[in-house]
Write a protein that binds this ligand. Sequence first.
Ligand code: 2AM
Length: 181
Amino acid sequence: MERPAKSRTLRVFFALVPDVATQALLGVLARDVALRAGGRPIVNANIHLTLAFVGEVDPDRIDLLREIVIALPREAFVLTLDCVGTFRRAEIAWIAPSHAPAPLLELQSHLAAALAKDDFRIEERPFHAHITLARRCTRNIARARAIPLEWRVGRISLLASIAGNGGVCYRELAGVSLFET
Ligand code: 2AM
C-alpha cells in the first residue's frame, strides 16, 4: 500500500517584530556593530526579538501555536534597548535592554507555560532578551551602554524561518497587535 507523503516540518518561533522605522534604526546599528565585530549584519526586515524558539513542528500542530498567540496577554509596553555586546560562543552581536520590563517577562513566562502545556519543548535556559544584530562575528566587542532606543512593542508574532538562496527570511503565520483595545 502506498504511504502518504510525509508532510514537511516548519521551523518556527515566537518573536516581537519591531515596526519598520524601528527596524531601520536598528539596521543602521547592526551595520556599525557588524563592522566592529567582524560579522554579517542582519537585514532590517529580519530584525526581531525571540520570545521562544520552538524549532521543527509538523504542519498539523501549527494551529495549536496560532491559538497560543491569540490567547497571550496583550499589554503594549516600551522596551528601552540600551546595551550592546557579543555572545562569543554563538558568534553574534546583540542589543538588549539592561532592564527587562515586567510585561516582557510576564509575556515570555506565559508563553513558555502555554507551550509546555501543549507539549512543545523549548529551551530550559533562562530567558535573556536580546535582538541579534550581526552573525558570524569574529571579534568580541566589550559589553557597553548604547544610546537608548525606545521601542514601543506593538505586535507578537509566530514566525516560520524559511531558508532560501538569498539567506533566511521569516513568514508570519499568526500575530496579534498590542495596540488594539
Ligand atoms: P539568536 O538570534 O540569538 O540566534 C530564529 O532562528 C530565532 O530563534 C533567532 O532569533 C535565534 O536566536 C532564536 N533561537 C533560539 N534558539 C535557537 C536554536 N536552538 N536554534 C536556532 N535559533 C534559535
